[in-house]
Structures are given as C-alpha cells and as structure tokens.
Design a protein around this ligand. Structure first.
Ligand SMILES: Nc1ncnc2c1ncn2[C@@H]1O[C@H](COP(=O)(O)OP(=O)(O)OP(=O)(O)O)[C@@H](O)[C@H]1O
Ligand SMILES: [Mg+2]
Length: 374
C-alpha cells in the first residue's frame, strides 16, 4: 500500500516535493564537473535530494555513483567501500567489473569475489587486507575508469562526516583531497547528517577540504510548497485540511522535512473527515510520545549545567548567556564554564547557531524540553 506521508527514509517520486532550485544547482554541478558539498541539519532531505538529482541525469556520458559510509570506522573500511561502489556503479555486468578491477587495481584485483545479490545484478567484495591497501590505486580508480569510458563520473558520498571520526583523520583527509583535486573526469558530491562535523571538515581554513567545491546549506522546504502537498495527501484519503492548519503543521516543527511528514501523518490518523485544531493538538502530543525515548536517551547523560543551558535556550534566550541575570536565573556557572557547555552541546549536535543566535537544533526536542521542564 502506498504510504500517505513518508518519513524516516529518503523519499522519491510523488513523495518528493519542491527542491526545484536545489535540484537545478546540483545537476548543473554534476554536468559541469563541479564538486558539491551539501550541509544541513538532520532529516531535512539531503539524501533524497542527491538521489533525485542522480536519477534525473539523462546524459549517458555522466555516470553517478552513490555510496553511504555511515558504517565505515577507518580508512581501510572506506577504501573497501569506495572501490566496490565504483566497480559496481560503473559496470553493468560482472565481467566488466572484473575487467576494470584487473586493469586498474593491479595486484589488489585477484582478491575480488563475486556473489549474487538480489538488489543488484551482482555484488563485489574486495578481500584486501589493511596492510596491503594502496590508497592512491583505489582513489584514482574512478578517474581511470572515466577516462577509459570517455565519461564523467560523479561520486556521491553520504554521511561523509564519518571521515572526521577515523583514526588519524587529518592524514586521511589530506590523502583524499590530494588525490581527488587532480582528477579531471571525476567530481564529488559530499554530504552528511552531522552538520557541525561537516562544518569542521569543510569550513575551516586549516582543514584539507576547505574550499573543495560549491558548498551550500540546504534550507527547509518553504511552507508554500508544503501546504498543497499536505492538502493533496489528505484529499487522496478522502479527508480535508485547511491551508491554515497545514501551515500550523509546518510552523510547529519549523518546516523540518521529516517532522512535517510525521506530524501530518499523525494529524491524518486523528482526522475523521475535516482536520481540526484539536486533531493537531493530539497529533503533536503523539509526536512527543513517539520521540520521547530518543530524547530521554539524548539528554539523560547531560550535566545539570548543560540541562540548565538547554532550558535557558527553550525559555527564549539565544545570546548573551554570560549576562548576570541569565547566569543567575539558570545557574550556568562562570563564563569559561558557559563556553565549555556550548562547545559540548554543539559537538553533540543538540544546539546550533543560526545567524548568531543559539537554538535547539531539533525543533521537536525543543517542544519536548519545553513540555518537560518549563
Ligand atoms: N523533497 C522532499 N519532499 C518531501 N519530503 C521530504 C523531502 N526531503 C525530505 N523529506 C522528508 O524528510 C525525511 C528525511 O529525508 P532524507 O533522509 O532525505 O534527509 P537527510 O537530510 O538525508 O536525513 P539525515 O540527516 O538523517 O541523513 C524523509 O523521510 C521525508 O519525510
Ligand atoms: Mg541522509
């Protein structure tokens, strides 16, 4: 059965709305060999957008390859994922993959085994041992294949911030950048769900990936796009929601894509035929229940200073935390203590700074904290 509102997984087809400008910009980067870096808070729609752009490319001389490195723990895991994804993504048949491996991976090639995989025509596992790995051989693989095929390859790497967690991460980053920046027929689209870590990798002058490409922040989908989307989904179930109430769904969760869909779904479940204010209230309550165990887990190990800081933000304080009235009212300790709290809450991705204002990164966490503590 087709779901009315989809959340928690990347979306495509009719479940994907808007993003016309962003799609155009990224597609143009892909077609012109420009590297792209995409940064946004969690669950805004990076994965869906990049997959959509990949599927919209019709030029047969451009090959897009998508890989997710969320489970890569070190450099070695990364090279293995990189090589297998590139071989798989550039070959329609096993024989071609083996040929490319033999031609371009040299002595690493014999370690390839092929096993049937229902989701692809075939899958490859590279049996390279960490001590045998040759980073440059693997990193230059797409470029060599692209040249041979006279094609342009775009490599999209999801959860790229994982790189920042690798042992000796800086050396790895230098190595990747060193290799990729010379490639003419391969470009990269790098994105990830940890905004703060992505910023550390791409926005600091000291870091190897500084100015690596067209870096942009993916903004929330505007309310004007969501309203007809929500209304049409209600209509498809024979139900009705006013534009005003659909707008409230968006504003309640700051237009956060995944939460808009989740809350709209909750409202739909509550609605008999016409959605009411009470339906929305109950739906928000339900959303808080659904998220409660996750939020409890995210906050239970915080110190009381850290919790106090979150409470201050929820009470509407977004700057000037060192002012005496604020520190007295919320018990935040000394100025240096406040700086420490801010850093650790930022590292945990619990707070974010937008236009100089400190905010709770997750809009529903903000509602939950407010309902629990204020
Ligand atoms: N263009 C869109 N149209 C409609 N809904 C969307 C769109 N993009 C994202 N969403 C909603 O947001 C959810 C998360 O999307 P997606 O997984 O693409 O985001 P993400 O930014 O990659 O998330 P994460 O930070 O967890 O990696 C989807 O399940 C869907 O509910
Ligand atoms: Mg994602």
């Amino acid at each position: 059965m087709e779901k009315t509102f989809v959340f928690g997984v990347s979306v495509e087809g009719d479940n994907f709305t808007d993003r016309t400008q962003e799609t155009k910009r990224i597609r143009s980067n892909f077609e012109n060999g420009v590297n792209t870096i995409l940064i946004s808070p969690r669950r805004i729609g990076k994965t869906s957008l990049v997959k959509k752009v990949c599927s919209s490319i019709t030029d047969p001389s451009i090959k897009t390859i998508y890989m997710d490195i969320y489970d890569c723990r070190n450099e070695y895991d990364f090279y293995t994922r990189f090589a297998t994804s590139v071989l798989q993504g550039t070959s329609s048949r096993i024989e071609h993959a083996l040929e490319s491996a033999k031609e371009f991976l040299g002595r690493l090639a014999p370690a390839i085994s092929v096993s049937p995989d229902p989701s692809h025509e075939f899958s490859i596992s590279l049996g390279i041992k960490p001590k045998n790995i040759e980073p440059e051989t693997i990193l230059s693989l797409p470029e060599k294949i692209a040249r041979k095929k006279r094609a342009h390859i775009v490599i999209c790497i999801d959860e790229f911030q994982q790189i920042g967690e690798f042992p000796d991460s800086l050396t790895v980053q230098k190595r990747l950048r060193g290799s990729w920046q010379h490639q003419q027929s391969t470009s990269y689209c790098l994105f990830g769900s940890k905004k703060h870590m992505m910023e550390n990798i791409f926005q600091s002058r000291r870091m190897p990936f500084y100015m690596f490409g067209d870096t942009f922040y993916l903004k929330p989908i505007p309310t004007g796009e969501w309203i007809p989307f929500i209304q049409s989904r209600f209509a498809s179930k024979g139900k009705f929601i006013t534009a005003e109430l659909a707008e409230k769904i968006c504003s309640t969760v700051d237009n956060h894509s995944s939460y808009v869909q989740q809350l709209a779904w909750n409202v739909l479940l509550q609605t008999d035929s016409n959605a009411t204010e009470q339906n929305l209230k109950d739906a928000v309550e339900e959303l808080l229940n659904q998220c409660s165990s996750l939020f409890t887990q995210q906050t239970e190990s915080l110190s009381s200073y850290q919790m106090n800081f979150l409470k201050a933000v929820c009470s509407g304080i977004h700057s000037g935390f060192g002012h005496k009235e604020v520190t007295d009212r919320f018990d935040l300790g000394s100025k240096s203590n406040i700086a420490r709290i801010q850093k650790s809450l930022t590292d945990k991705e619990l707070i974010d700074k937008i236009d100089g204002r400190t905010v709770i990164a997750d809009p529903v966490l903000r509602l939950w904290l407010t309902s629990q503590y204020l």
